[in-house]
Design a protein around this ligand. Structure first.
Ligand code: S3P
Length: 435
């Protein structure tokens, strides 16, 4: 579907963003392997999380949508966990859709069940790297194989009793890989130390702790002493990756204030706020509190005079999902922004180095140079607007839409409905900015 956006003269809004996608997947998966009922609220109902729900239902998990939730929150589900090895064989291959988190985390869980599974995704997901989970899971005793010499999904997993080595040193800095390994080690019932090359988002660790499991973290070294997770009520924080679209819209706009309440500011996710602040962004964080083991806050952002920044490999895992929209902010910043060590962007839902540059060029950005592991963006540019493609990637569709409300002319985005992968309300909210 083609979406059209045009320049907005002023932005003075208060918005809510959907529940965090990463936390939503984990809330559902961990509640499924807890023993007994859990109640989850503010869950993301984006397509990726719906893929997780469908897979879990196919694995025998009862998930229902209570009508009269006792609190004022929405998007609530009841889920009855069956214990660490209580899932049952799915009659059909499991379809993870577009969701890497569904496929990679579930593979860790399925490796230690006592039945076989096949899991696959859509065209994009079936072409994303899976050797990064197949290799470490195999080292733990998993019987798992993938298409094209273990490169890609579909994956075949013959559930077995796992026996991980005492220490698992991971090669790729990826929270999906790390979480898959944590879940497999949890099911193995064997104490494991997991070492990540760099610190990545730690939602799995925090939620397991919240469910009573002995798991500790020392920078990028995680120690897990497995036990049966206990069910718990979970409130999912607002998604900081979704909030970043509005934060950057406000910072780049000459007449804007925007406020977003209850956003997750877990330090492994909130580096984008620090980066924007060091670019000169006028951002305020208030009302900090803890819910269900995660930190949340209200964030307000205002028109700012941005300056360029250098971004390197160490921080990349902590801003991986925000990089396309950060590139848009760099177009409005004075000076040259250099992004290096970001080759992971090439294996996301699209090649995000190529798709971001191509979209920004369509919006009228001339001074942008592709590098194998990132890009150089020479600011400041006045965007003209133009015809952009989503590349079937939710983050590219939303980045170009925000570019469109900041650009002078009209912008059209083809395939914009892909935004519903993480943010089904996005297009309605962008429309509501005009009011
Ligand atoms: C995610 C981890 C990141 C991120 C993805 C969600 C997660 O992927 O890009 O959107 O929920 O663990 P990688 O682990 O591949 O970096």
């Amino acid at each position: 579907m083609i979406y059209t956006v045009s320049q907005i003269q002023k932005i003075h809004n208060q918005l809510n963003v959907p529940g965090d996608k990463s936390v939503s997947h984990r809330a559902l998966m961990l509640s499924s392997i807890a023993l007994g009922p859990s109640h989850i609220c503010n869950l993301s109902f984006g397509k990726d999380v719906l893929s997780t729900i469908k897979c879990l239902k196919s694995l025998g998990i009862d998930i229902s949508y209570p009508k009269n939730c006792s609190n004022t929150l929405t998007n609530c589900v009841e889920i009855v966990g069956k214990g660490l090895t209580g899932l049952s064989r799915s009659a059909k291959p499991l379809n993870a859709g577009n969701s890497g988190t569904t496929l990679r985390l579930l593979s860790g869980i399925l490796s230690g069940q006592n039945f076989s599974s096949i899991i696959f995704g859509d065209k994009s997901l079936n072409n994303r790297p899976m050797k990064r989970i197949i290799d470490p899971l195999t080292l733990m005793g998993a019987k798992i194989s993938g298409r094209d010499n273990n490169q890609f999904a579909p994956l075949e997993i013959e559930g077995t009793s796992l026996n991980p080595p005492d220490t698992m040193e991971l090669k790729v800095a990826s929270a999906q890989v790390k979480s898959s390994i944590i879940l497999a080690s949890l099911i193995s019932q064997k104490k494991t130390i997991i070492i990540d090359p760099f610190t990545t988002r730690n939602h799995t660790e925090l939620m397991l702790k919240y469910m009573g499991v002995d798991i500790s973290q020392n920078n990028s070294r995680i120690t897990i002493i497995p036990s049966q997770p206990k069910p718990n009520n979970i409130i999912v924080p607002g998604d900081i990756s979704s909030a970043t679209y509005w934060i950057i819209a406000a910072c780049c706009h000459p007449n804007a204030t925007i406020k977003i309440n209850n956003v997750g500011i877990n330090p492994t996710r909130s580096a984008i706020l620090d980066i924007l602040k060091s670019m000169g962004a006028n951002i305020n964080i208030s009302n900090i509190k803890n819910i269900s083991g995660e930190t949340i806050a209200d964030i307000s952002a205002n028109s700012s005079n941005l300056k360029a920044i250098q971004i390197n490999h160490q921080i990349i895992p902590n801003i991986i999902d925000e990089l396309p929209i950060l590139c848009l902010a760099a177009c409005f910043a004075k000076g040259t922004t250099e992004i290096t060590g970001a080759e992971e962007l090439r294996v996301k839902e699209s090649d995000r180095i190529k798709s971001t540059i191509s979209g920004l060029k369509q919006l009228g950005v001339q001074n942008i140079e592709e590098r194998p592991d990132g890009m150089l963006i020479h600011g400041k540019t006045t965007l003209k607007g133009g015809f952009c493609r989503s590349y079937n990637d939710h983050r590219i569709a939303m980045t170009m839409a925000i570019g469109g409300i900041l650009a002078k002319g009209t912008t059209t985005i083809s395939g914009g409905d892909i935004a519903s992968v993480s943010y089904p309300e996005f297009w309605n909210q962008i429309k509501s900015l005009k009011k």
